[in-house]
Every structure is written in C-alpha cells, then in structure tokens.
Design a protein around this ligand. Structure first.
Ligand code: ZN
Ligand code: ZN
Length: 193
C-alpha cells in the first residue's frame, strides 16, 4: 500500500487466535520465504490464513521484503489490473477511518465481510484472512481484512499467464501442494498492494 503519510500505527493488539498458527496455537514465528524470525525486532510482515468454514487450508507469514520482491516479479500489467480491481471495489481510506473509529482494537468487524464484494463469511465457500503484523502484534490500518474465494478467483484471472506461473512456482516452493478446491484456484493466494 503506497501512502505518503508517515507510517505510524497506534492501534494494535496481540495476535489473536484466528491469525495464529493452527498447529501450535502460537504466532507464526518465521517468514515462509527468507526464514527471518518475526516475533522479535524485525520487519513488518503479512499473515495469510485461508479457511473453509472452520478448517484451516493454508497459513503463512511473509516479511514485507520478501512480499515486495515477489510482487515486483509480476508484470506491470498484472499489478495495474489487480490495483484497479482493489481500488474499484473498495475505498481503503474510508474503510480504515470508519473501522478505526468504530472498532479500533476489535478485529471482528474488520474481517466480517469480504473486502471487495461485501459477502459475509457464512455466505462464501472459503476465504482468506490477511493481517499486517509487527513482532507479536496485529496492526489495524488498511488491514486486517477478509477476501472471499470468488474475489480471489477474479483476481487470479486478472494475472497474466507469466505472473501466474511465477506465483504458482513460488507457492509450490514455499508452501507446498495447494489443497484441492472445487474451483481452479489456490487458497491463500492474495495479491495486495
Ligand atoms: Zn522474508
Ligand atoms: Zn468477495
């Protein structure tokens, strides 16, 4: 998310269970990509967790350095299309203002509905939660948010074949074989800017 204002966030909470490791019940401790430890002094990082109802399909943390490196490897055209998709579907700034006012430290309302189509968690087959963290904290700013399966498929379809290949390779290398889904897509595959 590019933003010229100084990046200072004072609304945060301890990473809640929904964003913790399903296996250990603890916060995810290392970047899936470079292996950097994340819970002490480290860079900001993203957590993505894909759920089908209450079942966790995929979960990982990725530091911003690795995240930026990954999205820079996508084609400019792909990134522009995805940017447009996000901006056409969501007014990030007013969403942030509204939620910071109404629920500054309660992540529930932030992830209740799909960021881009507005459907509720119960109305969708699966969804991915995305959160921005620093050390042991989940920050409230443009994230956290939820994005549903259908919207992820729409985003995936905006990617060029080359960018999709890059993503698929990255995924297989770092996450492994994706879970089998009814539709052709990989859960947890959220590209955000
Ligand atoms: Zn990393
Ligand atoms: Zn949606």
């Amino acid at each position: 998310m590019s933003d010229d204002e100084p990046f200072y966030i004072n609304d945060y909470i301890e990473i809640p269970d929904l964003f913790r490791s399903f296996e250990t019940g603890k916060p995810i401790s290392h970047c899936v990509d470079c292996g950097m430890p994340l819970l002490e002094e480290g860079p900001s990082y993203l957590i993505q967790k894909a759920y089908r109802k209450n079942e966790v399909l995929v979960e990982y943390a990725q530091c911003f350095n690795c995240y930026e490196e990954l999205i820079e490897s996508y084609s400019k055209q792909t990134m522009n299309k995805i940017w447009d998709f996000f901006l056409d579907s969501c007014d990030f700034e007013s969403r942030k203002q509204k939620l910071l006012k109404e629920a500054p430290r309660d992540f529930g309302p932030w992830i209740e509905n799909c960021l881009t189509c507005g459907k509720g968690k119960d109305e969708v087959a699966s969804y991915t939660l995305v959160g921005q963290c620093e050390g042991p904290h989940l920050l409230f700013y443009y994230m956290p948010y939820m994005i549903c399966e259908e919207c992820q498929i729409r985003m995936q379809d905006l990617m060029s074949t080359k960018s999709r290949d890059i993503w698929d390779r990255w995924y297989e290398e770092h996450i492994g074989t994706p879970p089998v889904m009814e539709k052709d897509y990989t859960p947890g595959k959220v590209v955000l800017v």
